[in-house]
Each structure stands twice: as C-alpha cells, then as structure tokens.
Design a protein around this ligand. Structure first.
Ligand code: NAD
Ligand code: 0WE
Length: 259
C-alpha cells in the first residue's frame, strides 16, 4: 500500500517565481506526496526562473498566465482541461501592488493603485475558482488554497493597500467556501508570518521587520516557507476534509499578541 497522500492528484499552482517562493515550498510538499503539478508564470522574466524548478518536479504543464487578464486565466484552465480533464488542488499564491503604494501613506493610494492591488491579489481568486469548479466536480470535490497576511486584520505599517486586498481575499474565501461547499470543494487561506521571498525582498526595512517579529512572537522564531508547505499539505490532504472558509495562521503565534 502506498503512503503517498496525493498519489493520482492533480494540482495547479499560480505564484511560483523562484526557489524562495511560498508556492515552491507548497509544490515540493504536494509533489513529495505524489501529486502531479501544473504551473503558471506571468511573464518571460519569471518563466526563466521558475521553468527549471517546475521541470525538476516533472510538471507536464507550464503555462503563461497574467492573472490580471481573464483570457489568460481562461486559456490556462482550457489547457488543464485538455491535459487532465480534472483538477483536485488549486493553489493561489499571487499578490501585487504598485511599489509606490507600499512606500507612501495609505491615504495617498490612487484609484488605479487600489484597483490593481485588489484585482491581482484578491479578484483573481474568483475566476480561478469558477473555472476550477467543473474540473473538480468531475472528482467529487477539490480544494482551493490562497495565501494571506495579518495586514488583512490589523495595521502593519506600509502594507497599506495590500492589507485591504488581503481583507477582501479572506472575505472572498468565506463566500467562495459557501458557494462551492455543496460540490465538496473547500476554500481556505493560510495567513503566513513574514518570509524573505521575492515579494518581500523589495520591501524597505523588511530585514528589521523579520528581526522584530522574531522577538515578539510567542515561539521566538520566524517561520520558513517549509512551514507554509506543511500546512498547505495538511489542508489539501485528508486532515483538511472538514475545513473550509477558514484562514489558518502559521506565524509562530504572532497574531494572538496584543502588545
Ligand atoms: P513571490 O514573489 O515568490 O510570489 C508572488 C508571485 O505573484 C510571483 O510568482 C509573481 O510572479 C506572482 N504575480 C504577481 N503579479 C502577477 C500577475 N499579474 N499574474 C500572475 N502572477 C503574478 O512571493 P511570496 O512571498 O511567495 O508570495 C506568495 C503569496 O504569499 C502572496 O499572496 C503573498 O501575499 C503571500 N504571503 C507572503 C508572505 C511573505 O512574507 N513572503 C507572508 C504572507 C503571505
Ligand atoms: O504580501 C506580501 C507582499 C506583497 C507585495 C510585494 C511587492 C513588492 C514589490 C505586493 N506587491 C509588491 N509590489 C512590488 O513592486 N507580503 C506579505 C510580504 C510583505 O510585504 C510587506 C510586509 C510583508 C510581510 C510590506 C510592508 C510591510 C510588511
């Protein structure tokens, strides 16, 4: 008997940029469990970095997809339907805000900057989930997982419009879980503590933030991308069977702190 919990499972992963990506840690855990993985990339610069990683896990599909474009999302799912005809696991690990909106005061956010952040970081989960639904129905259910951050709930200086986007994302997880529950499709978010990825490296003072987080959280240590991969595997596997609409924290307990 095989002990591989994802044997025969098909997973589609958005948000692999490089070996530091949270999507990479998740992909490795799913792959170790025996899942077959498909990946997307938004542009050629990212493709160049992620393609060797995706290929190293034997990915049969590596597809271009800018999640700001409905047509890209549609062609991605059309390719998955053609290749697999079904889908078990959807990973949404994508976020973007204009750089300037993470530097200035939140009150200065432009209409366009607000639109872009919410479009890419929150709205994109809806068309993905909508297109995953018929593919997961063919399996009698499935699991959708996105990544959030505590800036959705409390003010984290400079997280700004991304905090508002993550609040919309976490609320979307609840409404999607309600919509898709009857089809046995579960929708959840992992709210991760800070990890030095590409998306975090651009943030000024991120190193100081990591050092501070380490002193302030109950466990007195920062998390790693692997911790996110482990929780993702739990949620996507049998342990997650009756968990939906939830935001689970992997943050060394940081979110319980008052002061
Ligand atoms: P990352 O830079 O490795 O991943 C972000 C991904 O978003 C990249 O692969 C990038 O290509 C993709 N992306 C951006 N715009 C896109 C678009 N228009 N179309 C398609 N893809 C697009 O960084 P990460 O930290 O692994 O981020 C993954 C997720 O984890 C994000 O949702 C982020 O908010 C979340 N998160 C990160 C941290 C952290 O501290 N690193 C903490 C909590 C949550
Ligand atoms: O979600 C994120 C980062 C998302 C992100 C990062 C960038 C940097 C480069 C979105 N858009 C951009 N746009 C760019 O041009 N995190 C959870 C990591 C993060 O970002 C912060 C954090 C943490 C943690 C920003 C300020 C304060 C804390």
């Amino acid at each position: 008997m095989s002990t591989k919990i994802f044997e025969g499972k098909k997973a589609l992963i958005f948000g692999l940029a490089n070996e530091r990506s949270l999507a990479w840690a998740i992909a490795q855990r799913l792959s170790e469990g025996g899942a077959e993985l498909a990946f997307t990339y938004p542009n050629e610069a990212i493709e160049k970095r992620m393609r060797p990683l995706a290929e190293s896990l034997g990915a049969p599909l590596i597809l271009p997809c800018d999640v700001a474009r409905d047509s890209d999302i549609e062609s991605t799912f059309a390719a998955v339907k053609e290749k697999w005809g079904v889908l078990d696991i959807l990973i949404h690990a994508v976020a973007f805000a204009n750089r300037e909106d993470l530097d200035k005061r939140f009150v200065e956010t432009s209409r366009e900057g607000f639109r872009v952040a919410l479009d890419i970081s929150a709205y994109s989960l809806l068309p993905m989930t909508r297109l995953a639904e018929p593919l997961m129905e063919g399996r009698g259910g499935g699991t959708v997982l996105t990544l959030s951050y505590y800036g959705a709930v409390k003010v984290i200086p400079n997280y700004n419009v991304m905090g508002v986007a993550k609040a919309a994302l976490e609320a979307s997880v609840r409404y999607l879980a309600h919509d898709l529950g009857p089809k046995k499709i579960r929708v959840n978010a992992i709210s991760a503590g800070p990890v030095k990825t590409l998306a975090a490296a651009g943030i000024k003072g991120f190193r100081d933030m990591l050092a501070m987080a380490e002193q302030k959280n109950p466990l007195k240590e920062n998390i790693s991308a692997e911790d996110v991969g482990d929780l993702a595997a739990f949620l996507c596997g049998p342990g997650g069977k009756h968990i939906t609409g939830s935001t689970l924290y992997v943050d060394s307990g940081a979110h319980i702190m008052g002061a």
